[in-house]
Design a protein around this ligand. Structure first.
Ligand SMILES: *[C@@H]1O[C@H](CO)[C@@H](O)[C@H](O)[C@H]1NC(C)=O
Ligand SMILES: *[C@@H]1O[C@H](CO)[C@@H](O)[C@H](O)[C@H]1NC(C)=O
Ligand SMILES: *[C@@H]1O[C@H](CO)[C@@H](O)[C@H](O)[C@H]1NC(C)=O
Ligand SMILES: *[C@@H]1O[C@H](CO)[C@@H](O)[C@H](O)[C@H]1NC(C)=O
Length: 922
C-alpha cells in the first residue's frame, strides 16, 4: 500500500476520516489506495508522493471532529479526505477553514454545507439540490398535484426540503420526517398515517439503509401497490442495489429514481475488473459504487494539485503540539500551503472514472441525471434530465417518460391521489328549514347518516360522472353551525369536502377550494307587499308624474290658443262672443286628446300645428294607456316601499338566515348587530314578519334561492325588491389543491348543462309556481316629464314657428295701417290693428269660395225676416247645403252688413239658412 519513494520525492501527508467499520468505507478506501498507486504508476517522475493517514470516525459526529483535529494538530496533514456524512462534515469544514487545510468530501451531499462558504471545502460529489429540478419535472410531467416528502429527521433531510418545495411550485409538498434511529414500529405508524391521506406520491430522501427499511415496511402494509408512486433521490438510486446483498431490488420494484449519470468508459471497465480482483477476494458479495469512483477521482485530483503546488516543508506555522488529543482549538496551527493547494485543487480538470472532474466554486457539477425505473432485478433507464433540456425519454425524444412499470406491476400512470379507503368524508350543514337543499337523515337503527336534497342530488350526479369511483360518507356537526365553521372542518383536514348550500365567497376561498357553482345566486331583500285591498282611487293619476300632467295641461291651453289665433278670422267655428270663442278653443284642443275634435281647421298654419300636436297627443295617450295598464297590474304587488338606507335609519329589525355570510353583508351595509334577527326556516321568517315591524322584522335579506322558497309559500304577501348583491353562487368545498376540485367542477358543468338538471330542479322545487315575477322596483313607475320633454319641445317649436309666420304675414298685410301718414298715434294704430285682427278676413278663400259657388241667385229672392237675422230659402234646389257661405248686402248706411249664413236642417228634409248680421267697419 505504501508508495515506493525515490530520493528526491517529497511526502505529502493526507488525512482520511471514514467510518472504518462500514463496508462503504472499506470499498472507498480500497479505491482510494488503488487510485494512488494507479496515479504514481502513470506518473513515476512526479516530485510528490501522497501518503494517507486514516482515522476512524466511528459513525459519530464528535469522533469525526476529534479525528480531524488529531490529523491537523499531530500529523499536520496538508489535506483531509472524508468524512462520509454531511453531519460529520460540518465541523470539519469549519476546522479546515480555520486551519486552511483543504477538505475533500466525496459523499457529503447536503446543500447546507455550501452555506459555510469555506474555500477550503471541496465537494467531489453532486449536491442534493441539483436533482430537485429533475424530481419536480417528473412530478409535473405526470400532473401530480401534491407530494409527500419522506425525509430523515436530521440535517440531511432538513437541508433538502426547502429546495424541493422551491422546485415544486404549484404542487403541495407535505413533509414526513423519520428519525434516523427509528424503529420498525415507528416507521409503520408513520406510514399508516400517510396511507390515510389522499396523496399517493412520495419522494424519499435519506440514507439508503433507512430507506430500505421504509420500503420493506411499505410493502408489508400494502403501500407498494397499484396507485402509489415512489421517487427516490440520487444516493439511494445508486446505493439501493448494494443493500441486503442485491435482494433489495425486489423490494423497491416499481420505484422511480434519479441518478447522476456515469459515462461508460474503458478505464471504468478496467478499474471495475481490477477492483473486483483486489476487493472481492475478501468480500465477495460487495459491489463497487459511485462514491468509490468519486473517492478514486478525489485522490487523483489531490495528487495532481499537490504536484502543481510547491510544497517544500510540511510543517505548520505555529504548530506547537504539546499533547496528543488537544482540546483547545486556540493553538491549532495554520497550514502554510493551504491557499496554494486550494487554488491548485480548484483548477484541476481531468477525465475521471465518474465523468469529467471540473470544480465550480469547489463543487463537482453533474450535468446529467438518469431517470431509473426499478423493474425486477434491473434498473431500467427511462430517460435523462439535463438542466438545459429537462426530461428526455430514453427511446424517443419526447418529454414524457415511459413506459413505466409502477408499484404493483401496474402500467397505468397513477393519478397521484386516492381517497383513503375509497370513502370521501363529506360534511353537511345541519338545517332546520329549507330542507329541499340538504336534509340529513339518520337511520335510528344503523346510526348511518344519509342525505337528500337538491345539493346532494347534484353532488351525487357529479360523482357518477367521474371516471373513477368515489363513495361519499356523509357526516355533520351536531347542531346548526356557522357555514364558516364547516369550511374550517375541511381546512383542518377533518372532512374531505363540504356539500350543501354553501355560498362561494372570497373569504372562504382563502381556506378551501370551491368547485364551480352549481346554482347561480345573489343576495336580495324581501319585504311584505302593501295591503291593497281597497283599490286606490287615484290610481289613474299615477301613470304620469305631476310635472307631466301640468305640462300637458298647459300645452292643451296653448295649442287651443294658437289654433284660435290662426282660425278665428277665417273660420266661423271659432267666431262668436268671447266666452264662446274661449270655450271653442279649449274644447277644440282638449278634444284632440281623444281625436274627437269636430271643428274644421282651415288655416295652413293651424293645420301644421295640429299635425304636430296630434302626433304628440298620440304618443302621450299611448304611453298613458300602457302605463296605466301596468299600474293596475303591479298595484297588487306594490311592496311597502323601503330602501336599505331607510331600514338602517329607522332602526328597523331585519331577518337573515342564521349561519350564513349574509350577516356579514348586513353588517358591512351598516346595520347594527342588534337590528339583525336570525331565522332558520321559511316558517320562522314568516312568523317574524307576521309580528310586525316593531316586534318582528321589516325585511329579510337572503340568497335569492331561499327567498324564492319563502315567497312560494305565501305568494302574494311578499315581494323581492332591489338591491341584489351578487354572489358567486353555491359550490362544494374541497381542501386546497385537492385534485377532486377540478374533476368535480367538470362533472358539475356536465350535470348542469344536461337534461338531468331539470329533473333535479323539478324534484326539489316543483313546477314553477304561478306567482308573477316578484321582482319589482321600489321607485315609482310614473312617467315623468324628463322622459317625454322632447315631444313638448317639438310641439312648442312648431307652435312658435307658426306663430312667427302668422305675425309676419299679418303685419305685412296691414303694413299700410301701421305706416300711413295720417299722423295718428301709435296707440291708435295698434287699436285699429287689433280691431282688424278681431274681424273676419273676407279676403280669405273660405269666404270667397262660398260666395262664388253658392250665391247664384239675386238677393231679392230672399226673404229677410228681421234686420239682424234673415232666413233665406234657397230657390234653386240644386243649392248645396253642405257648405257654409256668406252673403253680402249693401245697406243704405255707410257701414255694410254681413250675413253669416248657415244651413239649418229640418226634419221634413227642408233646409233653411240662418243668416247672422254683423257689423263690419272698413
Ligand atoms: C530527481 O528528480 C528528477 C526529476 O525531477 C529525476 O530526473 C531524477 O532522476 C531524480 N533523482 C533521483 C535520485 O531519483
Ligand atoms: C448544487 O449544485 C449545483 C450544480 O450541480 C449548483 O448550481 C448549486 O449552486 C449547488 N447548490 C448548493 C446549495 O450548493
Ligand atoms: C349512534 O351514535 C351515537 C353518537 O353519535 C352513539 O352514542 C350511539 O351509540 C350510536 N348507536 C349505534 C347503534 O351505533
Ligand atoms: C373571514 O371571515 C371570518 C369570519 O367572518 C373572519 O374572522 C376572518 O378574519 C375573515 N378572514 C379574512 C382574511 O378576511
Amino acid at each position: 500500500m505504501e508508495v515506493g519513494l525515490g530520493q528526491n520525492q517529497t511526502i505529502i501527508k493526507v488525512g482520511v476520516v471514514l467510518d472504518l467499520n462500514t463496508t462503504f468505507s472499506k470499498i472507498c478506501l480500497t479505491s482510494m489506495n488503488m487510485s494512488l498507486s494507479d496515479f504514481y504508476e502513470d506518473h513515476p517522475s512526479y516530485r510528490t508522493r501522497i501518503t494517507l493517514h486514516v482515522r476512524d470516525s466511528m459513525e459519530d459526529t464528535v469522533q469525526a471532529s476529534a479525528a480531524a483535529l488529531d490529523l491537523i494538530k499531530n500529523e499536520q496533514v496538508n489535506a483531509i479526505i472524508g468524512p462520509k456524512s454531511s453531519t460529520q462534515a460540518e465541523f470539519m469544514i469549519r476546522l479546515a477553514n480555520k486551519t486552511q487545510v483543504p477538505t475533500i468530501t466525496f459523499s457529503a451531499t447536503s446543500p447546507l454545507l455550501t452555506s459555510i462558504r469555506s474555500p477550503y471545502f471541496v465537494r467531489a460529489t453532486v449536491n442534493d439540490s441539483s436533482q430537485v429540478k429533475a424530481i419536480a419535472d417528473i412530478v409535473k410531467s405526470f400532473g401530480w398535484r401534491s407530494v409527500v416528502a419522506i425525509t430523515v429527521d436530521n440535517e440531511l433531510g432538513e437541508a433538502f426540503m426547502p429546495f424541493l418545495s422551491d422546485a415544486l411550485q404549484n404542487v403541495e409538498v407535505n413533509k414526513s420526517a423519520i428519525p434516523p434511529e427509528a424503529t420498525d414500529d415507528l416507521i409503520q405508524e408513520e406510514l399508516l398515517k400517510l396511507m390515510k391521506r389522499q396523496t399517493r406520491v412520495f419522494v424519499v430522501h435519506m440514507e439508503s439503509s433507512l430507506a430500505f427499511r421504509i420500503f420493506k415496511k411499505a410493502r408489508e402494509i400494502g403501500m407498494m401497490e397499484e396507485g402509489y408512486v415512489w421517487l427516490i433521490t440520487n444516493e439511494m438510486t445508486h446505493m439501493m442495489r448494494h443493500i441486503d446483498h442485491g435482494h433489495s431490488l425486489k423490494t423497491i420494484e416499481g420505484v422511480l429514481g434519479v441518478k447522476s449519470h456515469v459515462p461508460k468508459s474503458k478505464e471504468l471497465e478496467d478499474f471495475g475488473l481490477r477492483w473486483k480482483r483486489s476487493f472481492k477476494k475478501e468480500n465477495p458479495r460487495d459491489e463497487l459504487n459511485i462514491f468509490a469512483l468519486w473517492a478514486y477521482d478525489s485522490i487523483t485530483a489531490l495528487a495532481m494539485a499537490v504536484e502543481r503546488t510547491n510544497l517544500n516543508s510540511s510543517c505548520y506555522d505555529n504548530g506547537s503540539a504539546t499533547s496528543k488529543y488537544m482540546t483547545g482549538l486556540g493553538n491549532v496551527g495554520v497550514s502554510p500551503y493551504g491557499p496554494s493547494l486550494q487554488k491548485a485543487l480548484w483548477e484541476v480538470s481531468f477525465k475521471g472514472l465518474a465523468g469529467d472532474f471540473n470544480l465550480t466554486n469547489g463543487q463537482l457539477e453533474s450535468p446529467k441525471f438518469e431517470i431509473i425505473n426499478f423493474v425486477g432485478n434491473e434498473e431500467r433507464v427511462l430517460g435523462f434530465w439535463t438542466p438545459s433540456n429537462g426530461l428526455v425519454n430514453a427511446d424517443s425524444n419526447k418529454a414524457k417518460l415511459g413506459p413505466v412499470i409502477w408499484p404493483g406491476k401496474s402500467n397505468i400512470d397513477p393519478k397521484g391521489w386516492e381517497i383513503p379507503g375509497k370513502k370521501l368524508i363529506v360534511g353537511l350543514p345541519v338545517k332546520r328549514g329549507f330542507l329541499n337543499f340538504v336534509e340529513i337523515i339518520r337511520d335510528p337503527i344503523t346510526n348511518k347518516t344519509t342525505a337528500k336534497g337538491y345539493a346532494i342530488d347534484i353532488f351525487e350526479a357529479a360523482l357518477k360522472k367521474l371516471s373513477y369511483s368515489v363513495i361519499p360518507e356523509y357526516v355533520s356537526l351536531d347542531s346548526p353551525h356557522e357555514y364558516t365553521s364547516l369550511v374550517y372542518q375541511v381546512y383542518n383536514k377533518k372532512w374531505d369536502a363540504v356539500v350543501g348550500d354553501l355560498t362561494i365567497t372570497a373569504n372562504r376561498s382563502l381556506y378551501v377550494d370551491f368547485t364551480l357553482p352549481y346554482t347561480e345566486s345573489g343576495v336580495s331583500m324581501m319585504v311584505p307587499v302593501r295591503d291593497n285591498d281597497n283599490k286606490n282611487t287615484w290610481v289613474f293619476l299615477e301613470p304620469w308624474s305631476l310635472g307631466l300632467w301640468v305640462t300637458t295641461g298647459c300645452f292643451l291651453v296653448l295649442i287651443g290658443f294658437v289654433v284660435w289665433l290662426f282660425e278665428h278670422r277665417i273660420n266661423t267655428d271659432f267666431r262668436g262672443p268671447p266666452d264662446h270663442q274661449i270655450g271653442t278653443s279649449c274644447w277644440f284642443s282638449f278634444s284632440t286628446m281623444v281625436f274627437a275634435n269636430r271643428e274644421k281647421v282651415v288655416s295652413n298654419l293651424a293645420r301644421f300645428v295640429m299635425v304636430v300636436w296630434c302626433f304628440v297627443m298620440f304618443v302621450l295617450t299611448q304611453s298613458y294607456a300602457a302605463n296605466l295598464t301596468s299600474f293596475l297590474t303591479v298595484q297588487r304587488f306594490h311592496p311597502a316601499a323601503t330602501t336599505v338606507n331607510d331600514l338602517i335609519k329607522n332602526g328597523d329589525y331585519v331577518g337573515y338566515q342564521g349561519g350564513t355570510f349574509v350577516k356579514d353583508i348586513l353588517l358591512d351595509l351598516g346595520f347594527h348587530i342588534n337590528q339583525l334577527k336570525p331565522y332558520y326556516a321559511a316558517d320562522e321568517a314568516l312568523t317574524l314578519f307576521s309580528k310586525g315591524k316593531s316586534k318582528g322584522i321589516a325585511a329579510v335579506f337572503d340568497e335569492v334561492a331561499y327567498l324564492n322558497a319563502i315567497i312560494s309559500q305565501s305568494c302574494s304577501k311578499y315581494a323581492m325588491v332591489e338591491p341584489t348583491f351578487k354572489t358567486a353562487g353555491f359550490g362544494f368545498a374541497f381542501p386546497k389543491n385537492s385534485p377532486l376540485t377540478g374533476d368535480i367542477s367538470k362533472a358539475i358543468l356536465n350535470v348542469t348543462q344536461g337534461a338531468e338538471m331539470k329533473e333535479i330542479e323539478n324534484r326539489w322545487f316543483g313546477k314553477k309556481n304561478d306567482c308573477p315575477d316578484p321582482k319589482t322596483d321600489l321607485t315609482s313607475n310614473s312617467l315623468s316629464l324628463s322622459s317625454l320633454w322632447g315631444l313638448f319641445l317639438i310641439a312648442g317649436t312648431a307652435s312658435f314657428l307658426a306663430l312667427l309666420v302668422f305675425v309676419v304675414l299679418f303685419l305685412k298685410e296691414h303694413r299700410h295701417t301701421l305706416c300711413d301718414e295720417s299722423g295718428s298715434s301709435l296707440w291708435r294704430k295698434l287699436k285699429v290693428l287689433s280691431r282688424i285682427f278681431d274681424e273676419k278676413d273676407f279676403k280669405s278663400h273660405t269666404f270667397k269660395n262660398n260666395s262664388v259657388h253658392n250665391v247664384s241667385s239675386p238677393l231679392t229672392d230672399y226673404y229677410i225676416r228681421s234686420p239682424s237675422t234673415v232666413q233665406i230659402i234657397p230657390r234653386p234646389p240644386s243649392l248645396s247645403l253642405n257648405r257654409e257661405f256668406e252673403l253680402r248686402r249693401l245697406s243704405s248706411t255707410q257701414s255694410e252688413e254681413w250675413f253669416t249664413m248657415q244651413p239649418i236642417y229640418h226634419e221634413d228634409g227642408e233646409s233653411d239658412i240662418e243668416c247672422v248680421v254683423e257689423d263690419k267697419i272698413f
